[in-house]
Design a protein around this ligand. Structure first.
Ligand code: IPM
Ligand code: SF4
Length: 772
């Protein structure tokens, strides 16, 4: 469905335009083609549906699995989740998902199914993820799916509920950013190094408010696996999503995938024709452009506690003394202390305790093959206490076993595990002990991420393999036997075109089917008062109170609430967990650290928080972060900038995040906070005032969000009032993109096209879900 506009558009513009159900020009209701669900971020969403007597609108476009909480130990004796998952909270989350799957009749890959695995691995593997689709999941690394030219992004639990109920999401158009990488990568250098290098260059807030298109000859030469590793980490660069234009490599990957249109069918041909139109037009505008010369990319590793803290393996640990900026210097000092590193230590001299090859970034077959090539015939070093390989899915595990990769790893001393998130995020038994240092192929090195006090160094699979066999961070290129001609990935055998090539024939083919999108109507704002189903939160008009000052930058959601508190199936009671690692003394059960601001008066009763550094709430999509703040009593956060998903999540809970770019205003509010003065946030007039009523600053807020906050409205109810528009979109969608209806497994059990009405009403026993 090409857009009504004729001006040159980016890939992102095109996919976005093709999914507009309606818009007021600012907030847009976007149709969602594919919804992936996992056990951590869905229980509260299903509970919300139940409480409001709502159903899942498109079970045929929803796919669920368990990944975060599951043990990766052998499943030989597996009977059911309730006997297999030992940890009580983890078990409850897994069982709750299974109950919800049954109740709402959804497709599910459970632990006895080879198709189970990390949600971002199984979607592409099954062909559930397709070019030109919108893909969401209550998980920040949904950006992975952008490797297919899909617009894929993480959402919070309230948005999961919104998508389950309406198959749409309310969003705002992001900016366009381009990262172009040209030239061949050197031996031993992978797409993981490229993305770590890029994040080092742009910073973890570099892509905030943007969708990144990765392009250039380097990107075009990558396999789908390599592309997924890069799009996966777009979120670490602050972007909502990363995208790569689909090409022959993409189509080749999708051929014969169970949930993709059948290869060779008319549907496949029509799909490919559409997919070929998904390229950025020659003169399309990008708001931000970044160019990287592939020759500048070395095997790259992280040294600190943020994914932007990276350096070439040939480099050294940075010296805070080299930094003039006091905040930056303090940040590096804090990171080095946490990581137990001395300034100027050569990276190659850093000893390692554990090695983890896995996660949604690097657990695909190609990653395992590459790592196996490095360890083949070698043994892990004697100081390595544990080295594990965790395939991303049961199918990858099987394939690797058929190729003998498991034996190579086991012979070298690695553990060969079952699929899951594993030690990427210790929500399951695979964790680091305090101070243990891990060479990890995952994507986040935040404090406590892999276990309280654990120290993570991010790197590629071959670099992790090199660390395993040497016992320290090592340059894979220097390993004995490393052959200069070593190509990490088997380069695809298909020829590919350039990034911004236009296929003029394709757009035309869809012109006559253009959706008539009601652009410009103020559709969201038309309901002035809460309808029966739309009442949500206490209205937010003004808020007066003490302000807790937090003098930090890039505060990630793992720091706001660590993983051990994500195992709840409720939204409430999380205040105690807020800033757990900073608020409580190490190794104590909630013994307060009196230095931390929220343990001091009057901040224990703060209603507002002012953060002096940018990018508050970066990282994971966990809505537990705003729930914890709210439960503590903080309803408004003022900061120079916010990470996108966190920003959305706060509004969904009746909270107000206020971004203020002018640092002098932030500093003024921080000073009032330190002076223990109250301030007043007046949302109606969009002003921040002193306790005496003097206006400190005005602020911006989107009309629709303000409307919902001031009236205490839940936007699911509002969206449902637009049922007709959604149905109209769905009707056209079935007509234009028939391959998106009732996917593979479901399709076997239906006759003719999916009837939206029928698909919308889950009734126990209506159709036998083949996955149960
Ligand atoms: C549990 C989930 C909310 C989280 C995410 O959004 O990323 C997790 O996958 C992570 O990697 O931290
Ligand atoms: S980042 Fe880690 S925890 Fe999050 S989905 Fe990926 S593998 Fe799972």
């Amino acid at each position: 469905m090409p857009s009504v506009e004729n001006s040159p558009r980016t890939l992102y513009d095109k996919v976005f335009d093709d999914h507009v159900v309606f818009t007021d020009g600012k907030s847009t209701t976007l149709y969602i083609d594919r919804h992936l669900v996992h056990e951590v971020t869905s229980p509260q969403a299903f509970e919300g549906l139940r409480n409001a007597s709502r159903t899942v609108r498109r079970p045929d476009c929803t796919l669920a699995t368990v990944d975060h909480n599951v043990p990766t130990s052998s499943r030989k004796t597996y009977k059911n989740v309730s006997s297999f998952v030992e940890e009580e909270d983890s078990r409850l989350q897994c069982m709750t998902l299974e109950d919800n799957i049954k109740a709402f009749n959804l497709t599910y890959f459970g632990l006895s199914d080879d198709r189970q695995g990390i949600v971002h691995v199984i979607g592409p593997e099954q062909g559930f993820t397709l070019p030109g689709t919108t893909v969401v999941c209550g998980d920040s690394h949904t950006s992975t799916h952008g490797a297919f030219g899909a617009l894929a992004f993480g959402i919070g639990t309230s948005e999961v509920e919104h998508v389950l109920a309406t198959q749409t999401i309310i969003t705002k158009k992001s900016k366009n950013m381009k990262i172009q990488i040209d030239g061949p990568l050197g031996p031993g250098v992978t797409s993981k190094d490229a993305v770590l290098h890029a994040i080092g260059k742009i910073g973890t807030a570099g892509g905030t408010g943007c969708v990144i298109e990765f392009c250039g000859s380097t990107v075009r030469s990558w396999s789908m696996e390599a592309r997924m590793s890069v799009c996966n980490m777009s979120i670490e660069g602050g972007a909502r999503a990363g995208m790569i234009a689909p090409d022959e490599i993409t189509f080749e990957y999708l051929k014969n995938r169970p949930l993709a249109p059948s290869y060779g069918s008319a549907e496949w041909d029509a799909a490919v024709k559409y997919w070929k139109s998904l390229k950025t037009d020659a003169d399309a505008h990008f708001d931000i452009e970044v160019y990287i010369d592939s020759r500048d990319i070395a095997p790259t590793v992280s040294w600190g506690t943020s994914p932007q803290d990276v350096v070439a393996i040939t480099g050294k640990v940075p010296d805070p003394k080299d930094y003039e900026d006091a905040t930056k210097r303090a940040g590096i000092e804090r990171a080095l202390e946490y990581m137990g590193l001395e300034p100027n230590t050569p990276m190659e001299e850093i000893m390692v305790d554990k090695v983890f090859i896995g996660s949604c970034t690097n657990s695909r077959i190609e990653d395992l093959r590459a790592a196996a090539r490095i360890v083949k015939g070698k043994k892990i070093a004697s100081n390595i206490m544990r080295a594990m390989v965790v395939p991303g899915s049961g199918l990858i595990k099987k394939k690797a076993e058929a190729e003998g990769l498991n034996q190579i790893f086991v012979d070298a001393g690695f553990e060969w595990r079952e699929a899951g998130c594993s030690m990427c995020l210790g929500m399951n038994p695979d964790i680091l002990s305090p101070k243990e240092r891990c060479a990890s192929t995952s994507n986040r090195n935040f404090e406590g991420r892999q276990g309280a006090g654990g120290r993570t160094h991010l790197m590629s699979p071959v670099m992790a393999a090199a660390a395993a066999v040497t016992g320290h961070l090592a340059d894979v290129r220097k390993l004995e036997g490393f052959d200069e001609g070593f190509s990490i990935v088997d380069m695809p055998k298909v020829s590919v075109g350039s990034d911004h090539e236009q296929d003029e024939s394709t757009d035309e083919a869809y012109d006559d089917k253009t959706l008539d999108m009601p652009v410009g109507e103020n559709l969201h704002a038309e309901e002035g008062s809460a309808s029966g189903s739309a009442a949500g939160f206490p209205p937010f008009t003004t808020l007066k109170g003490f302000v807790a000052p937090l003098d930090r930058a890039n505060v990630d959601t793992d720091a706001i609430i660590p993983k051990q508190y994500l195992k709840t199936i409720k939204r409430t009671g999380l205040g105690v967990a807020l800033f757990d690692q900073w608020r409580y003394l190490p190794n104590t059960k909630h013994q307060e650290n009196s230095d931390f601001v929220l343990n001091q008066e009057p901040y224990r009763g703060a209603k507002i928080m002012v953060v002096t550094g940018p990018n508050f709430g970066c990282g994971s999509s966990r809505e537990h972060a705003p729930w914890a703040l709210l439960d503590f009593g903080i309803k408004c956060i003022i900061a120079p900038s916010f990470a996108d998903i966190f920003f959305n999540n706060t509004f969904k809970n009746g909270m107000l995040p206020i971004p203020i770019a002018d640092q002098s205003v932030i500093d003024k509010i921080a000073q009032l906070a330190v002076d223990k003065k109250e301030i007043e946030v007046d949302l109606v007039n969009q002003e921040i005032k002193t306790e005496d009523g003097e206006v400190i600053s005005t602020f911006e807020v989107e009309d629709f969000r303000k409307h919902c906050l001031v009236n205490g409205l839940d936007d699911i109810g509002l969206t449902m009032q637009h049922e007709e528009k959604i149905v109209k979109y769905e009707t056209k969608r079935s007509d234009i993109y028939p391959w998106l209806e009732g996917t593979g497994y479901m399709a076997k059990y239906r006759k003719g096209p999916v009837k939206v009405e029928a698909a919308r009403v889950p009734r126990a026993g209506r159709s036998k879900n083949p996955d149960w």
